[in-house]
Design a protein around this ligand. Structure first.
Ligand SMILES: *Cc1c(COP(=O)(O)O)cnc(C)c1O
Length: 300
């Protein structure tokens, strides 16, 4: 049994079409790539990013996976679930102080056997430094290290498989951007006539452009694919949730029966409709939106 069977993953993920007066008026098709349906507890793109990291960890004979995240990180949850199922110990290094009782994300991770450790914010910023990593090895012994959000070269390779599930009739693919690993791989895997648009969900996301280029360089040796970021849809910053965004989520749910995750996918879908109304897409275009997760806390 391979890992995908062991985890009971639904791959390739399904594709839905949505239609309303906005798409009809502008003459575009909008498809949803339902990576949120890959697994009930693991955000779809988090699986794609973990897949080749798990293989690398096995090759190195690692028994433990150690990774980093904020207290609401879907990647922390995904690592806990995948690690438990595939026979790894897991260690989650969390930004900031411990708050008890643990929030539902962290409680869930602990319920899957993850050990948690906390770094104050200034040390957390240094988490890629040798000094911090050596201190973690001192405390936890040998582990396979996965960076924050899971985004590294292995993740880019996994996310390129998302592009391989998208056929040539799709012209533009949109995704939300946190660390940029998903966009780096998606754009790397698309066909020559296709392009990708990333929507950073944090303020001042311009630095992500460099991060994404660096990730692509690690895998492809250079910047690849036709992609760009649109920076105006962060709604005030990471995990900021103004009433306008909630109104959009309610409206979208009423029209299409899907409640969008407010941290990521709602901002991306808002951007998609805004770009449609601004005539950014040619009539007759097919636009696909990647829905990576429901954003709900597993088990809650
Ligand atoms: C992590 C996450 C993203 C962002 O992915 P990156 O590769 O970090 O840019 C988008 N949507 C959901 C639901 C996520 O959990």
């Amino acid at each position: 049994m391979n890992d995908e069977q062991a985890l009971g993953l639904r791959l390739p993920s399904p594709i839905d079409e949505i239609e309303d007066e906005r798409t009809r008026r502008e003459g575009v098709r909008v498809l949803l790539k339902r990576d949120d349906l890959i697994h009930s507890e693991v955000s779809g793109n988090k699986w794609r990013k973990l897949k080749y990291n798990i293989e690398a960890a096995r090759r190195r004979g690692a028994r433990a996976l150690l990774t980093f995240g904020g207290a609401y990180s879907n990647h922390i949850v995904a690592t806990a679930v995948v690690g438990a199922r595939l026979g790894f110990e897991t260690i989650g290094v969390i930004r900031g102080e411990e708050h008890v009782p643990l929030n539902p994300h962290l409680q869930f991770a602990v319920s899957r056997g993850m050990r948690l450790s906390y770094l104050d914010r200034s040390t957390y910023r240094e988490k890629t430094s040798e000094a911090v990593i050596d201190a973690l090895r001192e405390e936890f012994g040998n582990f396979y290290l996965i960076p924050e959000g899971g985004s590294n070269a292995e993740a880019v390779r996994g996310c390129a498989e998302l592009a391989a599930e998208i056929d040539a009739s799709v012209n533009v693919v949109m995704c939300a951007v946190g660390t940029g690993g998903t966009l780096a791989g998606l754009a790397g895997g698309l066909g020559a006539d296709q392009s990708a648009i990333g929507v950073p969900v944090l303020k001042g996301g311009g630095f992500l452009e460099d991060d994404i280029v660096r990730l692509q360089e690690q895998v492809y040796g250079e910047r690849v694919g036709s992609w760009r970021l649109v920076l105006d849809y962060h709604f005030g910053g990471y995990a900021k949730r103004p009433p306008e965004l909630d109104a959009f989520i309610d409206d979208f749910e009423q029209r299409h029966g899907l409640r969008l995750d407010w941290v990521y996918e709602a901002k991306m879908m808002f951007a998609l409709f805004d770009l449609i109304e601004r005539d950014e897409f040619h009539r007759g275009s097919t636009i696909m939106a990647v829905i990576s997760g429901s954003g709900g806390v597993p088990g809650a």
